[in-house]
Design a protein around this ligand. Structure first.
Ligand code: OMP
Length: 213
């Protein structure tokens, strides 16, 4: 695990974005942990969050032209990532997001920001079963743009419909690469190294044994 990844887990724990307990997921699975990115909810949190996304992006070496943040949670993430790339990596990247409801007056359309052209880097919070991501793929395809990658905060590394993980399915179906700031494997190694959190390890490992890949 790299330093920025460990720092990100600590940041998520500190903000209670990452919590342990019993949570029902969109997929219907009951998970012993949950990642609620909506709790990165202050100016400083967002600034820090953007630096982690930008670090993971730079680390991946994937080339792209435009950052795309799908509504709603992807919007502040794409914005803060674009700011962090400019402020900390000297890269000025166009960014764009969609509206959920189509606007019929004014400038019209459902996309806001830069044009969704060329190689797109989609940014979002979490992929579990991949449902939300698939909806965004349609928007990118409609614009005739190409997806070069998907960047998320946490890869839960869970099985999709079959043996592949939901993320592996997305990679295969859309011929793309999914990168994350951290994975469940990183979280497990963090829990192993930190006695304060050791009590949560058995349930997380049991969940991983049932649904992990
Ligand atoms: P999929 O659409 O199944 O990939 O699930 C992604 C969505 O699940 C996220 O956008 C969240 O709404 C939600 N989610 C989390 O935010 N954090 C988690 O740890 C797990 C989930 C989830 O329900 O799977």
């Amino acid at each position: 695990m790299k330093d920025y990844q460990k720092e990100f887990i600590e940041f998520a724990l500190e903000k209670q974005v990452l919590k342990f307990g019993e949570f029902t997921l969109k997929s219907g699975r009951t998970s012993p942990y949950f990642f609620n990115a909506g709790l990165f909810n202050t100016g400083r949190d967002l600034a820090r969050l953007g630096r982690f996304y930008a670090a993971a992006l730079v680390d991946s070496n994937i080339e792209f032209d435009v950052l795309f943040g799908p509504a709603y949670k992807g919007i502040p993430i794409a914005t803060t990532t674009a700011v962090a790339l400019a402020d900390h990596h000297d890269v000025d990247t166009p960014y764009c997001f969609n509206r959920k409801e189509k606007k019929t007056h004014g400038e019209g359309g459902s996309l806001v920001g830069a044009e969704l052209n060329g190689k797109i880097m989609l940014v979002d919070d979490v992929i579990t079963a991949g449902t939300a991501i698939r909806e965004s793929m349609e928007i990118i395809a409609q614009q005739g743009a190409d997806l070069s990658g998907v960047l998320i905060a946490l890869d839960r590394q869970e099985k999709g419909k079959a043996e592949l993980s939901a993320i592996q399915e997305v990679e295969r179906d859309f011929n793309t690469k999914v990168i994350s700031i951290v994975t469940l494997a990183d979280l497990v190694s963090y829990l192993k190294q930190n006695p304060d959190y050791a009590e949560f390890l058995p349930k997380v490992e049991a969940y991983r044994a049932s649904y992990g890949v």
